[in-house]
Design a protein around this ligand. Structure first.
Ligand SMILES: Cc1ncc(COP(=O)(O)O)c(C=O)c1O
Length: 493
């Protein structure tokens, strides 16, 4: 049974001037709320005294209505606890048909929605992506998460909460948190920045949304990597931009190809440290070429550095932003990979002259970021837990990555493995003639969550078939069995 907040008052409208007696109005309102599932079996409802003061009427009609509802079994009284919607009402019986009331309001007449929202595909991600299962992308090893430390810090931050922390606050985020992030980025990612340039956001997705609103106008060309990150496309599509797919080769984004396709793109969105999804690291010469192109064409580069803390065979790659001499790069980072995605905390590093626009847009959008986790994260990073957690998970991922690569080489020699140097996923491309869609649906029945590679291509005629295989939440012990199941699926397609 769904857990619901207790003692919330359902919307009861009483009309003192109506010919219908008050007790009858209250009875009918409750009955409809129960049958329409506006309140749920087992949910506590207000006491008769509480409802009397809320409705501002005498208590008698309320007592009458409650006693009728109790007698008919819609409510139950629990001595010492209060009055509840009957928990024995079967869920399916509390349907609108029984009440003879239609919750499905007729949707007729002209019902316009924006063109902007219509450019997005329907939201229809399969529910499996939210669950854990072999190869799911973006899943973390929850067993490694330092829950004890994390909850201790949450307790500390909530216990010592200052009244100021309850008020509206700086759209950029907490100053100490921004200083902590700036220190981290300078040291670990080679980002050239100070705290003034850091804007705290609710993950990379919001960072991209803000950046698109500041940097682009409808009709602008935006280079995106091909294949690339569909959630980034959606942001620029919604902004009315024209997406220019620029191929990714073994050196990363092919700048010359981009230049041929659109000389004056306003923005390029790129993942140079660990290209999503192929995992390529952009070469030094491409980085310089891209920065040079951006400077000459007056374009902006959005660098999405989403998982580069995880490198296994060589040292971390410094950010593109750190090479930028002309403040052309807007840098985006997130805690979704290093900690956990439901945290919804990320950051932007913004060139100083753009700050004022970024802050204004952010303020208009959601005013400022939520406070609690900024405080928790500040302590978590400053006390060394973050660095320790990254070191520990890096070892775990490396072990899982090795197990996956070995198993794929052994069991599925026909697939090509790409991008295994870092991150929490790699790509396995399928031999000619096999379509990823043929396999992924059947795979979910086997508890294999296979993310398809082909939808990451904007130009579907050029798309490669394969899978993006996450190894974050599958143990090294489970991986060979999961790969064996994958092999059977490929063979029996
Ligand atoms: C390319 C890329 N950028 C960013 C993210 C993280 O997004 P967010 O910070 O909004 O959770 C992901 C997650 O899968 C990703 O693949």
């Amino acid at each position: 049974m769904r857990r619901v907040a207790s003692s919330l008052t359902p919307l009861i409208l009483v009309d003192q001037r109506s010919k219908k007696p008050l007790h009858r109005q209250i009875y009918e309102a409750y009955r409809a709320a129960i049958l329409n599932r506006h309140v749920h079996p087992g949910q506590q409802i207000p006491s008769t005294r509480g409802l009397t003061s809320e409705l501002g009427i005498s208590r008698l009609p309320i007592l009458n209505a409650y006693s009728q509802l109790l007698a008919e079994g819609y409510l139950e009284a629990r001595p010492g606890a209060g009055t509840f919607v009957s928990s024995t009402l079967p869920e399916h019986s509390t349907t609108i048909q029984h009440a003879g009331i239609s919750a499905n309001k007729s949707s007729s007449g002209h019902r316009p929605v924006s063109r902007r929202s219509s450019v997005l595909p329907r939201y229809n991600l399969p529910p499996r992506i939210f669950g854990r299962g072999a190869f799911s992308v973006g899943q973390i090893p929850t067993e490694e998460f330092p829950f004890r430390i994390w909850s201790k810090l949450i307790m500390r931050c909530t216990r010592n909460v200052q009244t100021a922390a309850l008020h509206y606050s700086d759209p950029m985020g907490s100053e100490t948190f921004r200083e902590t992030i700036a220190d981290y980025l300078r040291t670990s990612r080679g980002v050239v920045c100070d705290a003034r340039q850091i804007l705290i956001v609710s993950g990379s997705q919001q960072a991209l949304e803000i950046a698109s609103r500041v940097l682009t106008d409808s009709g602008d060309d935006v280079w995106i990597e091909e294949p690339g990150y569909p959630l980034a496309w959606q942001v620029f599509k919604m902004a009315g931009c024209r997406l220019i797919p620029v191929p990714v080769d073994e050196e990363g984004l092919n700048v010359s190809a981009g230049h041929r396709r659109s000389r004056k793109a306003r923005v390029v969105y790129t993942t140079p440290s660990h290209q999503y999804p192929l995992g390529v690291t952009m070469s030094a010469s491409r980085r310089l070429q891209l920065l040079d192109w951006a400077q000459r064409s007056g374009s902006w580069i959005i660098e999405d550095d989403y998982d580069s803390e995880y490198r296994y065979d060589n040292k971390p790659i410094a950010s593109l932003q750190g090479l930028d001499r002309h403040a052309r790069v807007v840098y985006v980072g997130t805690f979704s990979k290093t900690l956990f995605p439901s945290l919804r905390v990320g950051y932007l590093v913004v060139p100083l002259d753009l700050l004022e626009r970024f802050v204004a847009v952010r303020h208009a959008m959601d005013i400022f970021p939520s406070q609690l986790y900024q405080a928790v994260l500040t302590d978590f990073i400053q006390e060394g837990h973050y660095a320790r957690h990254i070191r520990r998970t890096r070892l775990t991922y490396c072990e899982r990555r090795n197990a996956l690569v070995d198993a794929l080489r052994h069991e599925c020699p026909e697939v090509k493995v790409l991008g295994e140097d870092g991150g929490m996923h790699l790509v396995a491309t399928l031999p000619k003639g096999i379509h990823d869609g043929q396999i992924s649906e059947r795979a979910s029945l086997e508890k294999l969550w296979l993310w398809r590679l082909s939808p990451c291509y904007l130009d579907r005629t050029r798309s490669r078939q394969g899978f993006i295989l996450g190894f974050g939440s599958t143990t090294a012990h489970e991986i060979p069995k999961a790969v064996h199941r994958l092999r059977s699926l490929i063979k029996s397609r």
